[in-house]
Write a protein that binds this ligand. Sequence first.
Ligand code: FE2
Length: 152
Amino acid sequence: MPRGVGFKGTANWLSVQAREEMAHAVHMYQQVLDRGAAPLLLAIGAPGGTFSGLTDVFEKILAHERGVTARINHIATLAMQEGDHAGYQFILWYVGEQLEEEANDTDILNKLEWIGDNRGLLLNLDKDLATRVYANPFPTDVKLSGGAPAMA
Ligand SMILES: [Fe+2]
């Protein structure tokens, strides 16, 4: 990655993704509370600090998402085996979400492979990633939005 080049569009995309992940965490936290249990939040390790380029960034993101997908699928399997229909319905949303997240990361990686060393196209991709806007994934969930209930 050339020094002195800030990929602000990519930073925007990742920032929006991080906000979405935080919304997922609160959603899961709320689900645990709703089921009468106490969520246990443990420390997580610091992310890696250096990357060789955007391809390296998105390869690491995709690898991480695949690990998350495996854990989500495991939860879905356990819920099914336990006959926990509410838990199964809850986690199915995340099964679909993981499919979407892996597809998004794969799409960006495919574009990066196609772009290769073409800096103009790389800056164009960065411009595209700058257009991503955060949208609450659970807009009708009053507990998470903190706002008034949606009017019918
Ligand atoms: Fe994710």
